[in-house]
Design a protein around this ligand. Sequence first.
Ligand SMILES: Cc1ncc(COP(=O)(O)O)c(C=O)c1O
Length: 406
Amino acid sequence: MARVNDHYLQLPGNYLFSAIGKKVSAYSAVHPDKRIIRLGIGDVTQPLAPAIIEALHRGVEEMGRAETFRGYAPDLGYEFLREAIVEGDYEPFHCQIDADEIFISDGAKCDSGNIQEIFSADNKIAVCDPVYPVYVDSNVMAGRAGVYDAEKGIWSNILYMPCTEYNDFVPELPRKTPDLIYLCFPNNPTGAAITREQLQEWVDFANRTGAVILYDAAYEAYISEGDVPHSIYECPGARTCAIELRSFSKNAGFTGLRLGFTVVPKELKCNGTALHSLWARRHGTKYNGAPYIVQRAGEAVYSQAGRAQLKEQIDFYKKNAAYILQGLGEAGYTVFGGVHSPYVWLKTPRGMSSWDFFDCLLENANVVGTPGSGFGPSGEGYFRLTAFGSYENTVEAVDRMKKLGI
Ligand SMILES: Cc1ncc(COP(=O)(O)O)c(C=O)c1O
């Protein structure tokens, strides 16, 4: 008799965004006249840049001609894209990454969920708290998380590293030694960035203890300036302890097109086994590659025109973030993030819980954000707003929140 994977049954309640969706639908059903502004889910709104659209068209034409038609992509992804990534994302920052250390995929969500498969089931994972939920849930599904404490909102086998205003939302090195460490900078949900020096401490820690860092740099494009690393491979020693995950979603608007990649340096080994060959095996067995036309679109992200157009797009979202940060700050909110990130993380006023503030904002300002507690226990008392809306909606949402009076 077939049996289900019991670990799935341990997953608590609803996925955060479906819970939000239900609340918003229920409110809209009773108040159909209210115009709700959504600054909750981290999805982009700007259309694809012209250079990307042109590349897609060219790709489609090629697929329609026998002499240029392409079938299955190479296992790692097309070389033209992997070379463009090396030149565009790594060489400028003096990171020593070879094209054949890059695995093209259909996005960082899948990669961040799948990467745990190549590690032993008894590995101990450490996550920032609050955290992008995929890291935790995928480890629950794999049976690595232990038992859920519903009251505290934590799993017994997961090491939670609190990120609060007291440590500038950058975790301290843990006292217990984890095997796998998930880090995400610039961070979702807090919008915090990590300095080169701080990241170097993590790299040194991982090399010292034999841990592997899974570094999610999905928001790298939002880094403004200063001493903030764009890649973990800017830190000496990272090639022997870190895997990096990247996405085309937030830098180029590919949330609906789907493209990402994972970097696994060849020197990175666990018990003498190269993780590169394990991930290559996993990738080759379970994945048949991102579409050719999408990989061509990804290549266009690095073209001269593509870069210029995408810079404008990122600047557009950053302007929204700056507006939220400044407007809410002036209104008396305590606000964080929003500088190297499209996310503003704010402290709920008057000690309200994250969900109470969600309800208050939905009902009194018709603005939707994301309750911080949905990202982990240390997110309680915080709230996330995204800069991915239109400028007009962003301005109106901030004005409505100002009028609320906190
Ligand atoms: C930290 C982080 N990683 C990965 C992703 C997903 O990226 P992709 O669209 O490439 O799957 C997101 C999306 O919101 C994210 O916030």
